[in-house]
Write a protein that binds this ligand. Structure first.
Ligand SMILES: Cc1cc2nc3c(=O)[nH]c(=O)nc-3n(C[C@H](O)[C@H](O)[C@H](O)COP(=O)(O)OP(=O)(O)OC[C@H]3O[C@@H](n4cnc5c(N)ncnc54)[C@H](O)[C@@H]3O)c2cc1C
Length: 550
């Protein structure tokens, strides 16, 4: 398998083939910088991260006897307490995570990093940690954006990050059954490389695809960019092995079973609170022989929403669907430099779509089917007032689908607040959730008469509704940056829940959302989850800082 790139400690890192020295000017076209300056009252200013050597890190609290026992179990090479290893496992990649580490705060770093190589070793590790009162935080790709790797423990016990990178192989491929068995530390690109040799694909493509792991997807119930077509990650899981402090569970029985409630659902979304997923059995499919990505435009967000609902009702949603509101559309068009983008802006203005909403659709599958679905959808879209912009727009989105996180590093360097949040709602509730969330963010983040830029897109369509994804840019409050975002996030979460949205469609609960879990599942729901945890993890060592409220 090809060599895997690594994330940097304080951000996403340089793009492949880029040394990371390109600054804000190179990353953001002049017109976009001017627009952001005007709208946000933002003056670009250097706010660089402190050098990694200056990040503050306390001494490891792991007792010597525990370290010796871990080494006896896993071997010397699989137990690290050095500074570099601990910093590399100090939390995830949310705006708050990055702010803290950019400011030199690594207080969430684990006391040690351990790397088991098998299910048996993981199960033994969990027993050992349970007996010695050591908190265990499973660590996949480290791309959590909800504080999933916070390692916070009310009792202040020592914490180990369980890095799953040694369990990253493809263990079996059952082509007739369309099933692949993999280790939890495997990443998407490596899986696609192996499957591609057999003419197969898995096809789960979140924006964090280059770095996130299959175990992490299962633990957070991730959704990829093609989830409208192939389904969310949890729909692609046929079974998992879950090692817990109380023993090993084999969950899921493909192709289907009626043997009681489906216990697989307990592992999916468990965020490391019940144990560690050490193996996954996943559904694969033939590589689609045809694909077609195209752009459309609507005059208004409401017209776009109505058209998406009609596509959903007639079972005509494509594999990828992404409807941007007018704020996101304008920002995307400004960010796209070059003659093609300029021509597109001119053509949209000429057609009365100057303030319009861009729609990207992606179709994949057998050529005849792709053409037939595209034709049928096109007719509904035109009836809904959409104008076709053609393939260049769709292909441009596809080419750049993983680029935003690299850009985020540059925007953080320039003094901006940059964060995203997401939800989902029924088609009926969607417009209210959209309005309420935007209003809360705008009210909370308005400073000196300047409102933030709140850009939204609809993605992940279902017959019953869709998800909404908000990207927020604002002038950062250099004095209280963490408080600034915490206040906005609290207001937005309260607003979207009150309007009928879900707490999270695909980012999971983590530490950041757990105060609201009870509002989503009810007090009895929380009690049920606690009872399951108590049975599997009686000493509460498995990722105690996430999911379940205090
Ligand atoms: C820029 C960016 C873009 C993103 N885009 C998307 C997107 O498009 N769609 C999406 O769904 N998410 C997205 N995310 C969120 C994140 O990538 C997902 O939550 C992903 O599933 C996390 O995988 P990971 O391997 O990085 O897990 P980690 O971040 O390492 O862990 C996530 C949580 O799962 C637990 N965990 C990890 N592995 C295991 C295991 N084997 N067993 C038990 N528990 C485990 C961890 O303890 C933690 O609580 C994005 C994040 C970033 C930073």
């Amino acid at each position: 398998m090809s060599e895997q790139p690594e994330l940097t400690i304080q951000g996403w890192g340089p793009r492949p083939a880029d040394d990371g020295s390109a600054g804000l000017e190179a990353a953001v076209p002049k017109a976009a910088r001017r627009y952001l300056g005007r709208e946000l009252g933002w003056t670009p200013r250097p706010t660089p991260a402190v050098p990694v050597a200056e990040i503050r890190l306390g001494p490891s609290r792991l007792p010597d006897a525990a370290r010796t026992a871990l080494i006896e179990l896993l071997g010397e090479d699989a137990v690290s307490t050095d500074r570099e290893s601990r910093l590399r496992h100090a939390g995830g990649k949310s705006y708050l995570d990055l702010l803290r580490r950019r400011e030199g705060d690594a207080s969430e770093a684990p006391d040690a990093v351990v790397r088991p190589g098998t299910t048996e070793e993981t199960a033994a590790l969990l027993s050992l940690c349970s007996a010695r009162g050591i908190v265990v935080v499973p660590f996949g790709g480290g791309t959590s954006v909800v504080g999933g790797l916070a390692g916070v423990d009310a009792d202040d016990r020592p914490t180990v990050a369980v890095d799953l990178s040694r369990m990253a192989s493809v263990q079996a491929l059952d082509v007739p059954s369309s099933l692949v068995t993999v280790g939890p530390g495997l990443r998407g690109p490596a899986l696609e490389e192996v499957l591609g040799r057999e003419g197969l694909t898995f096809g789960h493509l979140p924006q964090s695809w280059e770095f996130a792991t299959l175990g992490g997807y299962a633990a957070t119930r991730s959704a990829g960019q093609s989830s409208t077509g192939i389904g969310r990650f949890d729909e692609l899981v046929a079974g998992v092995t879950l090692a817990t402090p109380s023993g090993v569970l084999e969950l899921g029985h493909p192709p289907a079973s009626a043997a009681g409630p489906d216990l697989l659902g307990l592992a999916l979304g468990s965020e490391g609170t019940l144990g560690i997923i050490t193996e996954l059995r996943l559904r694969v499919r033939p590589r689609p022989p045809a694909s077609s990505y195209e752009g459309w435009s609507f005059r208004t967000w409401a017209a776009g929403l109505a058209a998406m609902q009609r596509l959903a009702r007639h079972d005509l949603l494509p594999d990828v669907v992404r409807l941007s509101d007018s704020d996101e559309t304008r920002a995307n068009l400004l960010m796209a430099a070059g003659a093609g983008a300029k021509a597109l802006r001119g053509s949209l203005r000429a057609r009365g779509h100057g303030q319009g909403c861009l729609l990207v659709l992606g179709w994949e599958g057998l050529p005849d089917l792709v053409r037939a679905r595209q034709r049928a959808a096109a007719s509904l879209l035109r009836d809904g007032g959409a104008v076709r912009l053609g393939r260049r727009v769709g292909e441009s989105w596809r080419r750049n689908r993983f680029s935003a996180p690299y850009l985020r590093d540059r925007l953080l360097d320039g003094g901006l607040l940059v964060e995203t949040l997401e939800t989902a709602a029924t088609w009926t509730a969607l417009p209210t959730v959209y309005d309420a969330t935007r209003r809360a963010l705008r009210e909370s983040l308005t400073r000196g008469g300047h409102a933030p830029l709140v850009m939204t897109h609809l993605s992940h369509g279902y017959p019953t509704g869709a998800s909404l994804y908000f990207t927020v840019l604002a002038d950062r409050d250099d004095a209280l940056p963490i408080q600034q975002w915490l206040t906005a996030k609290r207001a937005a979460t309260d607003a979207l829940l009150a309007a009928g949205g879900t707490l999270t469609h695909h980012h999971a609960v983590g530490a950041d959302h757990r105060p609201w879990l009870e509002r989503e599942v009810g007090p009895l729901g929380v009690e049920v989850l606690r009872a399951v945890k108590q049975r599997l993890d009686p000493n509460g060592i498995c990722n105690p800082g996430v999911l379940l409220p205090d």
